[in-house]
Design a protein around this ligand. Structure first.
Ligand code: ATP
Ligand code: PRP
Length: 208
């Protein structure tokens, strides 16, 4: 008898890119997750459930065992910064870069450099490694606005095509991290549901 397996996924990009991978390994949700208001979805495999949550909550649910496994961006995992999760597989989806960016027309600033970002842990680590003292201003979105309105000198944000930076008069200057989504696994589940989780990892490895 197989144990039940709960997979945590976030709506949007990650769900859109994960559903085809799950389908290739034979897991199909009972309802369309984009249309359903349900937060727990059954699948064609009676022992596999999907939970649909915010991207930033995926590592938390997996760490505390609310889900056995999850799919989260490396950006989110860097910020979550926990040694309590296994990260056995890079799924190679939702690829982008965490970058430092500044106005194309640089404004002269005096005093300590101010950096606006949602990614405060990764940004702090980056500037510490560079030996540069900065003031980090935490934002929750639309970082591109901060230098335009004089809130910060530079931003640390995700970049894919570069269109968002360009549209707001910014340019990327450094790559801090290459980002993609990873499969994360709860440590206890890895022991208790070892066979099932190994099977899932092996199957995903074959289709990515
Ligand atoms: P939340 O809704 O919780 O605020 P979010 O808005 O960051 O989360 P998404 O925009 O769906 O959620 O992003 C999910 C993940 O996709 C990010 O954590 C990141 O790893 C990746 N990602 C974000 N922006 C891009 C992009 N422009 N191109 C490719 N991948 C991206
Ligand atoms: C992400 C990220 C950037 C943008 C970069 O935002 O925060 O703003 O994508 O992509 P680009 O280089 O291809 O323009 P997203 O589209 O997820 O919007 P949101 O996070 O602000 O909802």
């Amino acid at each position: 008898m197989l144990n039940s397996l709960t997979i945590a996924i976030s709506k949007g990009r990650i769900l859109d890119e994960t559903l085809p991978l799950l389908e290739k390994i034979g897991i199909v949700p009972d309802e369309d997750p984009d249309k359903s208001r349900k937060l727990i979805l059954g699948t064609n495999q009676s022992n596999v459930k999907l939970i649909i949550i915010r991207a930033t909550d995926v590592p938390t649910y997996v760490e505390y065992g609310g889900a056995d496994v999850g799919i989260a961006g490396k950006d989110v995992l860097l910020e979550h910064d926990s040694s309590e999760l296994y990260e056995p597989l890079d799924l190679g989806i939702a690829k982008c870069r965490l970058m430092l960016a500044e106005p194309v027309q640089k404004k002269s600033g005096n005093g300590r450099l101010r950096i606006a970002t949602k990614y405060t842990t990764a940004a702090r680590q980056y500037f510490t490694n560079q030996g540069v003292q900065v003031e980090i201003i935490k934002l929750y979105g639309s970082m591109e606005l901060a230098p335009v309105l004089g809130l910060a000198d530079k931003i640390v944000d995700l970049v894919d095509t570069g269109n968002t930076l360009k549209a707001n008069g910014l340019k990327a200057t450094e790559t801090i991290y290459h980002i993609s989504s990873r499969l994360v696994v709860n440590k206890a589940a890895m022991k208790l549901k070892r066979e099932q989780i190994k099977k899932l990892i092996t199957a995903l490895e074959k289709v990515i």
